[in-house]
Design a protein around this ligand. Structure first.
Ligand SMILES: [Fe+2]
Ligand SMILES: [Fe+2]
Length: 191
């Protein structure tokens, strides 16, 4: 799902680093939607609008966000590691931290998903579960802010310099394939 956030034209698969940053906007958008809805909903049954908003956000984190993680862990980070340059050696530890944060975020999303699912099926949520859900979402928000800042300020700019156009093109093609999009369409030039 390519939700356009903020009305700005988004990158396409020929600009994989730009696409990764566009995904960050969606992560922030859907996490803020989760936080706002949980905050505004009283602990009883959810309004149809609140339910729709929660379902859309949970679906994004269940189905689309893991593709972003795979884009980084399977397509981008391995190519960066292989460059084996002095800059990369300094950044290696940070990439390991990013991967550990991916695992932590996955666990937190699973727990948040389970609590919201119970809320929807039971028509209410206990004060303890509501407080736990708020804590998880707040922690996730803080984690993503640090995480995205590190990726956008250090890792992606390094990739822009260290990876060749051919390698970036392959990253873009792998990202497209992950979303079931054929890479021989007009979004891909010969570069
Ligand atoms: Fe990441
Ligand atoms: Fe990311």
């Amino acid at each position: 799902m390519l939700t356009q956030i903020g009305g700005k034209i988004e990158s396409d698969f020929t600009q994989p680093l730009g696409m990764l940053s566009d995904c960050h906007k969606r992560i922030r958008y859907f996490l803020n939607a989760l936080l706002a809805t949980v905050d505004h909903a009283n602990r009883g049954s959810l309004t149809p609008h609140q339910r729709t908003s929660l379902e859309a956000a949970l679906r994004y984190f269940r189905e689309a966000a893991p593709k972003h993680t795979a884009d980084e862990e399977q397509s981008l980070f391995p190519r960066l590691r292989r460059t084996d340059t002095p800059e990369m050696r300094v950044t290696l530890e940070k990439i390991e931290r990013l991967e550990a944060e991916h695992r932590k975020a996955e666990l937190q999303h699973q727990e948040a998903d389970a609590i919201v699912h119970l809320w929807m099926t039971e028509g209410g949520i206990s004060p303890e579960a509501h407080a736990r859900l708020t804590d998880i979402l707040t922690e996730l928000s803080e984690l993503y802010e640090r995480h995205i800042a590190l990726e956008e300020a250090e890792v992606f700019p390094l990739a822009a310099v260290l990876l060749s156009d051919v390698e970036k093109n392959i990253v873009g093609r792998e990202m497209a394939a992950r979303r079931g999009i054929e890479s021989n369409n007009s979004n891909f030039g010969s570069r």
